[in-house]
Design a binder for this molecule. Structure first.
Ligand code: LCV
Length: 259
């Protein structure tokens, strides 16, 4: 059964996450289908892509499939992780990608939404960063991504508290480009997409790539890189990491010991 539906209408491609039973958790199967949909739309006539959940979704996406997080001792968000792969594909896509968000966005799905170029939310949209709730160290590219978009203080608050950011606050912070009543969101999103589709695709592609390269221009010394990797290993080698995952799977609150 497909977890991703793909549409193309008037040069606008739509990728619909359609696995409500699992709250659109980004399993490797769903990510593979999303990567395929991106490739088909990029090779076809699409000039803009909209990524959304099924209409009326209470959860846009519940983030990384926790069942697929590796056991303690292995990097939970390695370069080759399916979720990390699809984030890079969206960021590197030559097409502008719009996230149309209804409902909750959790964990790695926040990075998926923020990897899109424009974010449009309904008033029910919320953003919750969950690594500290599960005992995950997150990863350098993701943390840098959040710092760049929302600033250090807000990124710290989101990562440390794992509290939800409302659509209203996310718009005030510039994380959401627009908050639009749910009934108007589809019309608003596709009108914006249509306006973008009329502009020069080459100019847009080159401007998007320039912004990505300039935003990512953070020289890291080998020492800094190794220190970051060592810090992350401290976490994913820890008992807390195993406890976080087991608590989620066991549907009980995690009890972290800080080791
Ligand atoms: C697997 C799931 C998931 C799920 N994985 O419905 O960013 S990091 O570092 O943390 C990164 C590692 C990451 O992204 O980790 C995942 C972070 N995501 C979360 O912590 C959100 C976990 N999900 C929830 O809190 C709830 O499911 C929400 C609030 C999203 C929806 O709650 P609701 O009551 O509507 P259920 O919890 O009953 O979920 C329905 C089914 O989907 C599964 C969940 O286990 C349940 O399966 P069963 O029916 O078999 O019990 N599910 C939900 N999220 N991320 N499976």
């Amino acid at each position: 059964m497909s977890m991703i539906l793909t549409r193309l209408h008037d040069d606008i491609g739509t990728i619909i996450m359609d696995n409500p039973e699992r709250r659109n958790a980004l399993s490797s199967k769903m990510v593979d289908e999303m990567l395929h949909a991106l490739e088909v739309l990029e090779k076809g006539k699409a000039r803009v892509i909209v990524i959304r959940a099924h209409a009326g979704a209470k959860v846009w996406s519940a983030g990384h499939d926790v069942n697929e997080l590796p056991i303690a001792g292995r990097d939970p968000l390695a370069y080759s992780d399916p979720l990390v792969t699809v984030l890079r594909s969206i960021q590197a896509s030559p097409l502008p990608v719009i996230a149309m968000i209804e409902g909750g966005v959790w964990g790695g799905a926040c990075d998926l939404a923020l990897s899109c170029d424009i974010l449009i939310g309904s008033p029910t949209a919320s953003i919750t960063m969950t690594p500290a709730k599960i005992g995950v160290p997150y990863n350098a590219s993701g943390i840098l991504h959040f710092m760049g978009i929302m600033g250090v203080n807000i990124a710290k608050e989101m990562f440390f508290s794992a509290q939800s950011l409302t659509a209203e606050r996310a718009e005030k912070l510039g994380i959401l480009n627009h908050v639009v009543p749910a009934d108007d969101m589809e019309k608003f999103t596709y009108e914006l997409a249509g306006n973008i589709a009329k502009n020069s695709p080459l100019s847009i592609k080159v401007i998007k790539e320039q912004i990505r390269l300039l935003a990512n221009a953070h020289p890291l010394s080998p020492h800094t890189f190794e220190r970051v990797q060592g810090l992350r290993r401290l976490v994913y080698d820890s008992n807390d990491y195993a406890e976080g995952i087991n608590a989620f799977l066991g549907k009980r609150p995690a009890v972290f010991q800080g080791e």
